[in-house]
Design a protein around this ligand. Structure first.
Ligand SMILES: Cc1cc2nc3c(=O)[nH]c(=O)nc-3n(C[C@H](O)[C@H](O)[C@H](O)COP(=O)(O)OP(=O)(O)OC[C@H]3O[C@@H](n4cnc5c(N)ncnc54)[C@H](O)[C@@H]3O)c2cc1C
Length: 467
C-alpha cells in the first residue's frame, strides 16, 4: 500500500493496440488486474498505478518488436526488472506497457580469464553468483533486494560492497540496448579500457529506462577472496562509530564492507532477524584479502574502534554465522519498516564527501530525536552514503508531512556539503525537485539528450525530470 499520490493524467490505450499485442506476443502479453497490479506497485511509499498491459520479453527480438509496436501507436513503455526500486522508478505513471524482463535471465558467457561475464538483463544478482560459484569469481554489487542486473544498471545501484568494489558505474563494461528507434546497439567491446567515442555505457547506466531498453549486460567480476572475516562492534556513541569509519578510510584500509546501524535499527533487526545484539550504534565489518592482509586490516580497525569508544569485536567465525549477519543487514529495511505493523517504508538516500559524514549523520540523528514517527539510520558509511528509514502509518497523514520535512532538511544538509540527494536509489519520481537543486542547468543538457534520443517521450515518461 502506498501513501504518496501520483499523477493520474493518462490516455487509455486503444483496444486495437491490445489486440496487436496479443497477436504478436500471445500468452507473453497479459492484462489481468492481478498481473498489472504486481507491475504497478512498489516496495515504497508510492500509491499503485497500473499499466495497461504487461509483456514478458524472452529475447532481444521481442523487445525490438514491442518497441516498434509502442512507438508506432504512441504508447509508453516502462521496463520492469524485479520491481524492487524504491523511488517509484518502475511505476508506469502515464500508463502503457510494463515490459517485464525477468524471463530474460540467462548467463550468456563467463570469460574467467578476463574476469568478466555477459548476462541477459533479467538475470538476478543472487542467481549470477550461484552460477559463478565454481569459477572462483564473484559479482560484488549487492543491493539489499535480489534485483535484476538490468534494473541495477538502470538505477546505477550499489550496496554493501561498494566501498571496496565500486558501484554499477564501475561494474558495467558494456550493454546491448534496444533504442527508441528499435535499433539494437552495443555500447562497448570487452577491452579493459577504451577511448572510442562517447561513453554510451555510462550514459545508459543510471538512465532508469528513459533512453532505451537494456537486454544484455557485460560485467566486471572479481576473484573470491582467499580470506573473508566478518565482525560486529558496538559503540558508546554514534560519533565514535562514524569517526572509526572515516579514520579507517583516510588510512586507506581496504575495507570490503562497513555498515552502520544506529540503536533504533539494531532494535528493529533484533526483533525482525532474531539477533541478540546490544541496542547501541553498531558497525558491521567485512575484511577481504590474504590471511596476512586481513590480519593487518583487523588490527588497525580494532585499534581505531577502541580509541573511539568501540567495544569488543564479535566475530562471525563460520560461513553460516557470516551469512546470518549479512542476511540480517540486507533485511534491515523490512526490519525498520515493520517497527510498526502495517506501516509503509520510505528510505532517504543522501551521500556526502567522507570528511563531512560525521557532521551530516550527527545532525540527522539530532533531527530524528524530535520526530514522532519511528525512524532508523543505516548505511554504507564507507562511501559516505546512509539512509533514514521511516516507518509510516498510512492512516496518519502527519507521518508523511513529518517525514517529508525531515527528508528536506537532510537533503539540504547534504547539498550544502557538496553531497547528493541520492547515492544509489536514483531519482525516479520522488527526488525530481532535489535533482534540480543539485545539478541546476545540467538538467537542461539531460533534457536535450532525452528529446534527441526519445523524441516521442515514450520511454518511462515522467521519470528523473519533467520535460
Ligand atoms: C530491501 C531493499 C534493499 C535495497 N537496498 C539497496 C541498496 O543497498 N543499494 C541500492 O542501490 N539499491 C537498493 N535497493 C533498491 C533496488 O533494489 C535497486 O534500485 C535495484 O537496482 C532495482 O533493480 P530491479 O531489478 O528491481 O529494477 P526495477 O525496480 O524493476 O526497475 C528499476 C528502474 O530500472 C528500469 N529498468 C529495469 N530493467 C531495465 C532494463 N532491462 N532496461 C532499461 N531499464 C530498466 C526501470 O524502468 C526502473 O526505472 C533496495 C531495495 C529494497 C526493497
Amino acid at each position: 500500500m502506498g501513501v504518496f499520490a501520483l499523477p493520474t493524467d493518462r490516455a487509455p490505450v486503444a483496444p486495437d493496440f491490445l489486440v496487436s499485442l496479443s497477436a504478436r506476443f500471445g500468452a507473453q502479453a497479459q492484462s489481468s488486474e492481478a498481473v498489472r497490479r504486481q507491475h504497478g506497485s512498489s516496495e515504497a511509499h508510492f500509491a499503485a498505478v497500473l499499466p495497461d498491459a504487461v509483456v514478458y520479453a524472452r529475447s532481444t527480438d521481442d523487445v525490438v518488436d514491442l518497441v516498434r509496436l509502442c512507438t508506432s501507436a504512441g504508447v509508453p513503455i516502462v521496463a520492469f526488472g524485479a520491481g524492487t526500486s524504491i523511488e517509484g522508478n518502475a511505476l508506469p505513471i502515464h500508463g502503457g506497457v510494463s515490459l517485464d524482463m525477468s524471463e530474460m535471465n540467462a548467463v550468456l558467457a563467463v570469460n574467467a580469464g578476463d574476469f568478466d561475464c555477459t548476462v541477459q538483463a533479467g538475470c538476478r544478482r543472487e542467481e549470477l553468483n550461484e552460477y559463478l560459484r565454481d569459477t572462483g569469481l564473484f559479482f560484488p554489487i549487492d543491493p539489499g533486494a535480489n534485483a535484476t542486473i538490468g534494473g541495477m544498471a538502470s538505477t546505477r545501484a550499489s550496496g554493501t560492497n561498494a566501498v571496496r568494489y565500486g558501484t554499477m558505474r564501475e561494474a558495467v563494461m558494456s550493454l546491448k540496448v534496444v533504442t527508441p528507434q528499435g535499433e539494437v546497439i552495443t555500447t562497448s567491446r570487452r577491452a579493459r579500457k577504451s577511448a572510442a567515442g562517447y561513453d554510451l555505457t555510462r550514459l545508459y547506466v543510471g538512465s532508469e529506462g528513459t533512453l532505451g531498453i537494456i537486454t544484455e549486460v557485460t560485467l566486471r567480476l572479481h576473484p573470491i577472496p582467499e580470506t573473508i572475516s566478518a565482525a560486529v562492534c558496538g559503540f558508546e556513541s554514534l560519533q565514535g562509530a562514524v569517526d572509526t569509519v572515516v579514520q579507517a578510510i583516510q588510512l586507506s584500509v581496504p575495507l570490503a564492507r562497513v555498515e552502520i546501524l544506529d540503536d533504533m535499527q539494531i532494535r528493529a533487526c533484533n526483533q525482525w532477524s532474531k539477533l541478540d545484539l546490544p541496542e547501541v550504534t553498531t558497525l558491521f565489518f567485512e575484511f577481504h584479502g590474504t590471511p596476512a592482509g586481513v590480519a593487518e586490516q583487523i588490527a588497525t580497525v580494532e585499534e581505531l574502534a577502541k580509541a573511539n569508544g568501540g567495544g569488543d569485536f564479535r566475530w562471525a567465525s563460520t560461513v553460516e554465522e557470516r551469512s546470518r549477519l549479512w542476511k540480517a543487514r540486507h533485511e534491515a529495511y523490512y526490519a525498520a519498516v515493520n517497527l510498526r505493523p502495517g506501516a509503509v517504508g520510505w528510505s532517504t538516500d543522501v551521500c556526502v564527501p567522507i570528511s563531512r559524514l560525521p557532521e551530516c549523520i550527527l545532525a540527522t540523528k539530532a533531527d530524528l530525536a524530535t520526530a514522532t514517527l519511528p525512524a532508523t539510520i543505516l548505511g554504507h558509511v564507507g562511501d559516505g552514503n546512509f539512509h533514514v528509514i521511516f516507518s509510516i502509518d498510512p492512516a496518519n497523514p502527519n507521518d508523511m508531512v513529518e517525514a517529508e520535512a525531515i527528508n528536506a532538511r537532510l537533503i539540504e544538509r547534504a547539498l550544502e556539503m557538496d553531497g547528493t540527494c541520492t547515492g544509489e536509489h536514483g531519482i525516479g519520481i520522488g527526488k525530481q525537485d532535489w535533482l534540480e537543486e543539485e545539478l541546476g542547468d545540467a538538467i537542461d543538457v539531460m533534457r536535450t539528450l532525452k528529446r534527441a534520443m526519445d523524441p516521442q517521450n515514450l520511454f518511462n515518461p515522467g521519470k528523473i525530470f519533467s520535460l
